[in-house]
Design a protein around this ligand. Structure first.
Ligand code: PBG
Length: 330
């Protein structure tokens, strides 16, 4: 039944903690992480987001505090999302390029308080759109080319406020080139573009849309975000974004699209970022609240899986928790 001599025993390499440490192929660290943060008007506010335990809509003062915590734990950057009242929304997202808009003020405050922390911004109409879409809705359709100059102006306003990297998440065709051209024309040649190159039309964004109250008022995002069933199509987006001057390629959501992270990694020399999105984060908390999962262990396992799949950068609402846990592990 049992061989007398078993030459190959993979368990030998797993037998002692020091050996396992030595042989670990993928090592997650705070340097890999970006913390997404939600900003709202006001002062001293941290309004909890019900479907995202541990996350809150923060006024700028509290945002700066939270970002300082991230920096102290070694997290290199944050990505910001503004939560706007309905009065600040219209069909063309006009408030998105105001120099004194909420997001622009938040960027300035962060840069003043924490000059070396990277500030990444999202470029899309949805936080500013009364229709809850990432592009301009004209006669019931998202008008790609009408949207491009709005995105470009938004990116320039963010750069003017001090953003280090703008991350278009709208999935309009040609947006990377339009944004690059506008940034260069305004002399922001050093502001990078982290393109959400392959962003899927995912139901895992549900809690995020609760946080921003940004769900589409009508229809869905399937005419611009990708079909979850498609992988080959991702390569077209990779080629285009590379040609248009993207500095990073991003894949979103994360875990459910680990095969896409690997595909993009294998087809491009650009850095790849994965977004562990709101629904992925909410699931861990929901199961942990019921005592069904260990939140901390499952969070670290999720993040290391994204890195193993090929992500150089991981956006996660659990970034602070993960960085604390990693610091404890030493
Ligand atoms: C908006 C945007 C979305 C997310 C990031 N940027 C939502 C959407 O496309 O509807 C989702 C992030 C998350 O779920 O954590 N363009």
């Amino acid at each position: 039944m049992y061989p007398r001599v078993m030459l190959v025993r993979p368990r030998r390499n797993r037998s002692r903690p020091a050996l396992r440490r030595l042989l670990q192929e993928t090592r997650l660290c705070a340097d890999d992480l970006v913390l997404p943060l939600f900003v709202q008007e006001g002062e001293g506010l941290a309004s909890p987001i019900a479907s995202m335990p541990g996350q809150a809509r923060l006024s700028i003062d509290r945002l700066v505090e939270r970002a300082a915590e991230a920096e102290a734990l070694g997290i290199p950057g944050v990505v910001l999302f503004p939560v706007l009242p309905d009065e600040a929304k219209d069909s063309r997202g006009s408030t998105s390029s105001k120099p004194d808009g909420l997001l622009q003020r938040a960027i300035r405050s962060l840069k003043e308080a924490l000059p070396s922390l990277l500030v990444i911004t999202d470029v899309a109409l949805d936080p500013y759109s009364s229709d809850g879409h990432d592009g301009v809705l004209v006669d019931g359709r998202i008008d790609n080319d009408e949207t491009l100059p709005i995105l470009a102006a938004m990116a320039v306003a963010q750069a003017q406020a001090g953003a280090d990297l703008v991350a278009p998440s709208d999935m309009m065709d040609g947006r990377v080139a339009s944004i690059r051209e506008a940034l260069d024309a305004a002399d922001f040649t050093e502001v990078g573009i982290g393109s959400y190159c392959t962003k899927y039309a995912s139901a895992f964004y549900g809690p995020f849309r609760d946080a921003l109250d940004s769900a589409p008022r009508e229809g869905d995002k399937a005419t611009y975000q990708m079909d979850p069933a498609n992988a080959r199509e991702a390569l077209r987006e990779v080629e285009l974004d590379e040609a248009e001057g993207a500095d990073w390629l991003m894949v979103k959501p994360g875990l459910v699209y680990a095969d896409i992270i690997r595909l993009v990694r294998d087809h491009s020399a650009l850095p790849v970022a994965a977004y562990h999105v709101s629904g992925e984060y909410a699931m861990l908390h929901a199961a942990a609240e019921r005592g069904w999962l260990d939140y901390e262990a499952c969070l670290l396992e999720s993040l290391v899986s994204l890195k193993r799949a090929g992500a150089d950068v991981i956006f996660s609402y659990g970034a602070l928790d993960a960085a604390r846990l990693l610091a404890r592990q030493g």
